[in-house]
Write a protein that binds this ligand. Structure first.
Ligand SMILES: Nc1ncnc2c1ncn2[C@@H]1O[C@H](COP(=O)(O)OP(=O)(O)OP(=O)(O)O)[C@@H](O)[C@H]1O
Ligand SMILES: [Mg+2]
Length: 421
C-alpha cells in the first residue's frame, strides 16, 4: 500500500488519538456541531484503505444519503483520495480499489437488508451507528451479531449521537462509568469521548454564537454543552399563539395529523406547515371533538384536510381502513422506538406558532410537562393525558422530523483541507 500522510491539522485535535482506537465499543457523543460525524466519516474512509469493512447504520435508511454517505464522500474528496475508491450508488457501496474493502449502508428500518448484508471481501469489521439514540437496545444487540467472521482487524461497534436524557437505554447501558466532569472514559472494551462545538475549530463565528445564545435550558444543556439532558418542567417553552399572517405559511406544504378518540378522549387533528430553514412549525388549524363517529369524522376531515394526506395514530388500523374507505387519504404513522421522545426533541428545536383559533392546542402546549418520580426528578416521559393534539402534531410532522438532524446549525462551507503528501 502506498503511504498516505495526512496533516494533523486536518482532523480536529480532540479526535486525533481515536483515529486508530481499537476498543470494541466506542462512543462519540456530545453537543451539536462538535465534529463527530465528520471525524467518523473521515476515519471510515481511511479504515477502508487498511482493509476494514464498515457498515454504516441509521434508524431510517433514507436519512443516510443526506448524512453519512455524503460526509464520507466529502471526506474522501477532501483527502484527495477519490482515485482510490469506486462509488456505486446502485449498490449503495463505496469500495477501495486498492484492497476491495467496502463501506456499506443500511437503515434499521430495513431488517432484511441488515440481516443479509456482507462485504464482497472478508468479514464485516466495523459498524458505525450514527444518531444512535434513534435506535433501540434490541437493534444494537442484533447489529453486534453481524460483527463476526475471521479478520486480522479487531471488531468495533461505534456509536455517535447527541446525549438526550439520562433514562435513555444508551445511558443506562454504557454510562455506568461516566463522570459528568470528564470528557473521556474507558474500560478494557469500551471508550467514551465527549465533545462540544468548542472542540470544532472549523465552525464559523455565526455557528458558535447560535449555540452560545441558546436560551432553552434543556436545549442548551444537550446541544450547546453536550450534557445528558435533565428535562425541566415545561416541555415546550418556545411557542406562542397569534393571528397568523399569510407570510408564515404562504407557499409552504400543508401536513395533517390525526389522533383517534371517541368518548373520553377526543379525536384530534392538526393542519401544519413546517419551515425547515427557519426551524419553525406553524399550526394553522385544529379539529377537536368528542363523540364523533368515524363517518362524521371523515366528513369533517374532508373539509379540514381538503384531500391532503393525513398521518394517523397507527394503533388504530381499523379506523385508518375505515377512513380510507370513506375517501380520506389516511396513512399510519410509522412511530418506532422512542418516537415520542424523538418527536418532542425535534419539536423543541423549533419555534411553534399556533393560530389563535387553536384553543385546545394552546392549552395542551402550556400544560405539557415531564413526568416526575418520587424524588421529584423529571422522567423522559410526558405526564398526563392531555396530549391529543400534540400527538397529532407529531404524526403530521413525522416525515420532517425523521428526515432532519435534531439540531441543524448552518454549516460552514469548507474547501480543500487535506493534502496528500
Ligand atoms: N475535520 C473537519 N474539517 C473540516 N470541517 C469540519 C471538520 N470537522 C467538522 N467540520 C465542520 O463542522 C461542521 C459540524 O461538524 P459535524 O457535522 O461533524 O458535527 P457533529 O458533532 O456531527 O454535529 P451534530 O451533533 O449536530 O450531528 C461540519 O458540517 C463541517 O462543516
Ligand atoms: Mg453529526
Amino acid at each position: 500500500m502506498p503511504e498516505i500522510t495526512i496533516p494533523k491539522g486536518a482532523v480536529n485535535a480532540c479526535y486525533l488519538p481515536y483515529l486508530q482506537n481499537e476498543k470494541r465499543v466506542q462512543i462519540y457523543f456530545g453537543g451539536a456541531a462538535s465534529g463527530k460525524s465528520v471525524f467518523l466519516a473521515t476515519r471510515v474512509a481511511l479504515d477502508t484503505l487498511t482493509g476494514r469493512n464498515t457498515l454504516v447504520v441509521r434508524f431510517v435508511a433514507r436519512t443516510l444519503r443526506g448524512s453519512c454517505w455524503n460526509e464520507i464522500l466529502k471526506a474522501i474528496s477532501r483527502m484527495g483520495l477519490a482515485a482510490l475508491f469506486t462509488v456505486s450508488k446502485a449498490e449503495y457501496a463505496i469500495t477501495s480499489r486498492f484492497n476491495g474493502a467496502q463501506i456499506l449502508f443500511a437503515g434499521l428500518d430495513d431488517v432484511e437488508k441488515i440481516k443479509s448484508i456482507t462485504p464482497s471481501k472478508g468479514a464485516l469489521t466495523d459498524i458505525w451507528v450514527e444518531e444512535a439514540t434513534e435506535a433501540g437496545y434490541e437493534d444494537i444487540k442484533q447489529l453486534e451479531k453481524r460483527l463476526r467472521g475471521p479478520s486480522p482487524h479487531p471488531k468495533r461497534l461505534t456509536l455517535s449521537f447527541n446525549p438526550v436524557h439520562k433514562a435513555h437505554w444508551i445511558y443506562k447501558t454504557y454510562f455506568g462509568l461516566w463522570d459528568e466532569g470528564k470528557t473521556y472514559a474507558e474500560t478494557a472494551g469500551m471508550s467514551i469521548l465527549k465533545t462540544t462545538y468548542r472542540d470544532n475549530r472549523f465552525l464559523t463565528q455565526d455557528d458558535r454564537l447560535a449555540l452560545e445564545n441558546e436560551k432553552d435550558p434543556y436545549f442548551r444543556a444537550v446541544y450547546t454543552l453536550g450534557n445528558w439532558g435533565v428535562p425541566g418542567g415545561a416541555i415546550f417553552t418556545a411557542w406562542r399563539g397569534e393571528t397568523l399572517g399569510r407570510e408564515l405559511y404562504d407557499g409552504g406544504k400543508f401536513l395533517y395529523g390525526l389522533d383517534f378518540g371517541f368518548a373520553g378522549d377526543p379525536c384530534a387533528a392538526v393542519k401544519v406547515c413546517c419551515d425547515r430553514a427557519r426551524r419553525r412549525v406553524v399550526v394553522l388549524d385544529e379539529l377537536y371533538a368528542r363523540g364523533m363517529t368515524n363517518a362524521r369524522l371523515a366528513e369533517a376531515l374532508k373539509a379540514f384536510a381538503g384531500g391532503g394526506v393525513v398521518t394517523c395514530d397507527s394503533a388504530e388500523p381499523k379506523s385508518i381502513r375505515e377512513m380510507q374507505s370513506l375517501g380520506i387519504r389516511a396513512v399510519p404513522a410509522r412511530k418506532g422506538p422512542d418516537s415520542v421522545l424523538h418527536g418532542i426533541q425535534w419539536l423543541q428545536g423549533h419555534e411553534i406558532i399556533a393560530d389563535t383559533r387553536c384553543v385546545h392546542l394552546k392549552e395542551e402546549l402550556a400544560a405539557y410537562r415531564w413526568r416526575r418520580d418520587r424524588e421529584g426528578n423529571s422522567l423522559p416521559e410526558p405526564e398526563g393525558r392531555n396530549d391529543h393534539l400534540l400527538d397529532a402534531l407529531r404524526y403530521a410532522l413525522e416525515t420532517e422530523s425523521q428526515d432532519c438532524a435534531a439540531y441543524a446549525v448552518r454549516r460552514p462551507n469548507i474547501g480543500e483541507w487535506l493534502n496528500i503528501v
